[in-house]
Design a protein around this ligand. Structure first.
Ligand SMILES: Cc1cc2nc3c(=O)[nH]c(=O)nc-3n(C[C@H](O)[C@H](O)[C@H](O)COP(=O)(O)O)c2cc1C
Length: 238
């Protein structure tokens, strides 16, 4: 199974029956060296941590993400760690983004702990039953509505508390991508910050979908219209 195929099968796994094998962990470390950044100017570190330093999660193992806190570092984090989520899911390992997770690992100098991906051998199925996704319809995300196959698939991306903050507008030869404000309760719970990571996850989904369709996703800031309640993030070629 490749990254594209896993889009319609993946699910968050929160119950684990065992830890990954040494070979699986070695494979993961190798893969981490190949993860592509959205912004190569932001220094990041991804660390594979075990039970000695992973706290407040159901898993013993996690990929800890550290980053310089500058520019679009949360977007960059989502984009990079989603590649790791896809890698684990296509290598028989259950995984869950864990904004609530804690670690005793000390942040490398000049970086902050952003989030972690917890993982392990899934208790039960790694994948979901077909059609079992709880997601907004594309019509709720695109105004005025236009059909788009890439967006239709990208909306399956995971997001904090399943908030699905992405919204889209037609920009002629491109699509403008916006982030919706969370409701009041979620906002005070810190979900806006998590939603910035979600937006990076969405961009990685789009990159995989475009590549599958023989295209390259090109992300660039453009002169997108201001829309009340939405924050403009970036645009993508059609
Ligand atoms: C940035 C981010 C943070 C998340 N934090 C948590 C968390 O702290 N605890 C948890 O159980 N799930 C967490 N999740 C998983 C989401 O709840 C899950 O992705 C969403 O409900 C959609 O379900 P699915 O991944 O099974 O498709 C997080 C997901 C993302 C993208």
């Amino acid at each position: 199974m490749d990254f594209y195929e896993v889009i319609t099968k993946r699910r968050s796994v929160r119950k684990y029956s065992a830890r990954p094998s040494k070979e699986q962990l070695d494979g993961l470390r190798e893969f981490l060296r190949t993860v592509k950044p959205l912004d190569a100017g932001i220094r990041v570190e991804m660390i594979v941590a075990g039970p000695e330093s992973v706290r407040k999660t159901h898993a013993d193992d996690a990929v800890l993400f550290y980053s310089e806190s500058k520019g679009d570092y949360l977007l960059n984090c989502g984009y990079m760690l989603q590649q790791v989520e896809f890698y684990l899911q296509t290598h028989g390992i259950g995984v869950c983004w864990m904004g609530m997770g804690k670690t005793t690992f000390e942040a490398p100098e000049g970086t902050e702990h952003v989030i972690m991906l917890t993982f392990g051998i899934a208790e039960g199925s790694l994948y979901r039953e077909a059609g079992d996704f709880k997601r907004k319809e594309l019509k709720q995300l695109v105004h005025p509505y236009f059909a788009n196959d890439a967006l239709e698939l990208a909306r399956y991306a995971p997001s904090a508390v399943n908030t699905q903050p992405w919204r889209f507008r037609d920009g002629g030869d491109c699509i403008h991508i916006y982030q919706a404000e969370p409701g009041f309760i979620l906002k005070i719970a810190g979900v806006f910050r998590m939603n910035c990571i979600d937006m990076g996850i969405l961009l990685e989904f789009l990159a995989v979908i475009y590549e599958h369709n023989g295209k390259t996703a090109v992300f660039a800031k453009s002169d997108a219209p201001k829309i009340s309640g939405l924050t403009y993030i970036i645009s993508i070629n059609k």
